[in-house]
Design a protein around this ligand. Structure first.
Ligand code: HEC
Length: 149
């Protein structure tokens, strides 16, 4: 059994040590070597593309880097999977794109807008995601039967 004094020392010592570890891990996480944000490669096009992404609530149906809704395909590595030309065709289409059975919104974007969204996806592709992009997460597991490839 610890005496009251020993218990106090144990509590205060333990608190100090774990607090120090917490501070050190915080410094380590925020150090530039750990920066995975890819912010240095942000271009004006990529920023405009992100604005289009936000304004149109693409995440209401899609996920990107695992975040969003599971109605439509995951878009983190859509450029690798489909290529720029396909992605631009989907965004510029004036009729809903739906080869797999669910409808994508027919945004009918201009070429410039579609290029901005592609620039945003390119920027996303360059982010270090610790291997997330290699996981086959093209679509929700619930919709696997809807996939044709
Ligand atoms: C109402 C839901 C919905 C919204 C909102 C939406 N999408 Fe889609 N999108 C879909 C669906 C469903 C598909 C799959 C269509 C198919 O292949 O049959 C799709 C397909 C795509 C594809 C092709 C993906 C692939 O792997 O074939 C891209 C790129 C895409 N959407 C980008 C966007 C962008 C960018 C936005 C926002 C500007 C957006 N989507 C908003 C539903 C949506």
């Amino acid at each position: 059994m610890l005496s009251k004094k020993q218990a106090q020392v144990f509590f205060l010592g333990g608190t100090a040590v774990t607090f120090l570890i917490f501070i050190m891990l915080t410094i380590y996480s925020l150090s530039s070597a750990q920066d995975q944000s890819n912010q240095e490669n942000l271009t004006a096009e990529a920023i405009r593309g992100k604005e289009i992404w936000e304004k149109n609530n693409c995440m209401g149906c899609h996920t990107i880097m695992g975040e969003g809704a599971y109605y439509a395909p995951e878009l983190t590595n859509v450029l690798e999977r489909r290529g720029d030309a396909y992605v631009k065709a989907v965004l510029m289409s004036k009729i809903p794109w739906q080869p797999q059975g669910r409808k994508m919104v027919a945004y009918g974007m201009t070429e410039a807008e579609a290029n901005d969204v592609v620039a945003f996806f390119e920027w996303v592709t360059e982010i270090n995601l610790n291997g997330f992009e290699k996981v086959n997460r093209t679509i929700s597991p619930l919709a696997k039967d809807r996939m044709i490839d």
